[in-house]
Write a protein that binds this ligand. Sequence first.
Ligand code: TPP
Length: 536
Amino acid sequence: MATTVELIAQRLVRAGVRNAYGIPGGEVLTLIKALDEAGIEFVMSKHENAAGFMAEGSYHASGAPGVLVATVGPGVANAINFIVNAQQDRVPIIYLTGCVDASDAATYTHQVFDHQALLQPITKASFRLTEGAVEEIIDKAIAIAMDDPPGPVHLDLPISLAAAQQSPRYVKDRVNINRGVASGTDFALAQQLFASARCPLIVAGVEVLYQHAQQQVAQVCQQYQLPIITSYKGKGILSEDHPLALGGAGLSPKANRLLMPFMQRADLIILLGYDPIEMRSDWRNPWNKNIKIIEICATPNTHYMHQADLSFVADIGSSVLALSKLRAHDSPCWEGQQLLQIKEKLSAAFAGDDQWGPAQLIASCRQLMPRDTVATVDTGAHRILLSQIWHCYTARTLLQSSALCTMGCALPLAVGYKKANPLAPVIAFSGDAGLEMVLGDLATLRDLKLSIILVIFVDDSLALIEMKQRAMGYENLGVDSAESTDFVSIAKAFNLDAQWVDDDRQLRLALETALNSPRATLLACRIARHSYDGKI
Ligand SMILES: Cc1ncc(C[n+]2csc(CCOP(=O)(O)OP(=O)(O)O)c2C)c(N)n1
């Protein structure tokens, strides 16, 4: 016999979970005790939404689903932004919430609302745990969260069920679904198209990562000399210092102005695990009608952001290898200087500033941080610039909210990643307004004693929105801070190391010190207003 919460904890441990995040309330105390006893460390955050991003960070580091715990009512409601993010950004999350028993809810109203009604539209599934089916439900929840496309699953746990004894059920672990290699007459046609293409190009995205197909995609690119553009989440599928890697795309109009005309020179575009939820509207059906499009994806294309001539739902890694079967290794491909030229144009467009500014700042950080650094970045003008400049040498090394594009994610993502992988060098970049949303979680960073470097772009403004407002010819309204926030004093009040940075020399010295420090360091980098004009 085991209690409900013990069964939940055991299943999560079997799925590889070692950390859970949240803020407890009376309704989940039995649960977090069971998690702890099973070897899952419960981390108290300062806001349920931030706790969710910490759980996501741990997922990227470990591959196990992230676990978020919230208590009845306000706790549950606080994490909504994160849950929508998990759904849009394809993050497997188990969201465990405490609720009152159905019999109590009939006559008791304090803090009580229908958690499932709130969460059903923004999760892959929402279950209320019930007597006699606890193991089935938790196992099913993990499977649904991890299945293509990964996403959040909600489990509501009634108070009296938490400690109840359950008789053994002997539920088998679900074996992973084995997606097949693409095949059939249409696939034979796709193989022929690829065999005869003169200028084939790959566009790859997040599905490559969750299908673990990056090695096969990189191999095919290099074997046949194919240029590759990725979404922001796909950055690093092929190391971005490789001549064939044309970087991440999706949100930068400046990058799009170079990439869009370049893509029209292709005669075949192969979309690999490319989920266009990350892309802005210029990526809606962006390719000329005469370009053939082959798509190999994890989920059927029902979004209609683009359409393909041949679309296959299949295992991406083995299918891309099979697709190349008929293509000769020495097939002529992108002859002349075309690839060199586009690569040079892209690096010139996003080169460092002549003087101190955000581009210089990002370039210096990339230069000084170790190659295997994992970076997180918040939402705003700084993020669009950073996603163009920051080179990823392997996949899943730049974490961000690129589908929902929410602010307030960079700090907690970094905390969760570092917690699950303490040896990784981790740097978090955030705008000043983005950090102000999650200041409380500097305390979590302090309590966990994680040596993260936090770089803040301080311009006292919501730069991305201020730029849009100006472009519309409006006066600045609701976008500028009345006074500068003293981020250094705030960080020091949380017992973190911190300093102001006003030029490149200071940045380099500060980074070197921070890299050798066992403590977290906040670098408040002052940049001029309007620093992003013409840059993104
Ligand atoms: C939670 C949330 N609220 C509002 C927005 C809209 N928004 C996008 S970028 C941005 C400005 C961010 O300012 P800051 O963090 O200072 O970064 P910067 O643009 O200055 O680089 C805002 C308000 C959002 N994406 N997410």
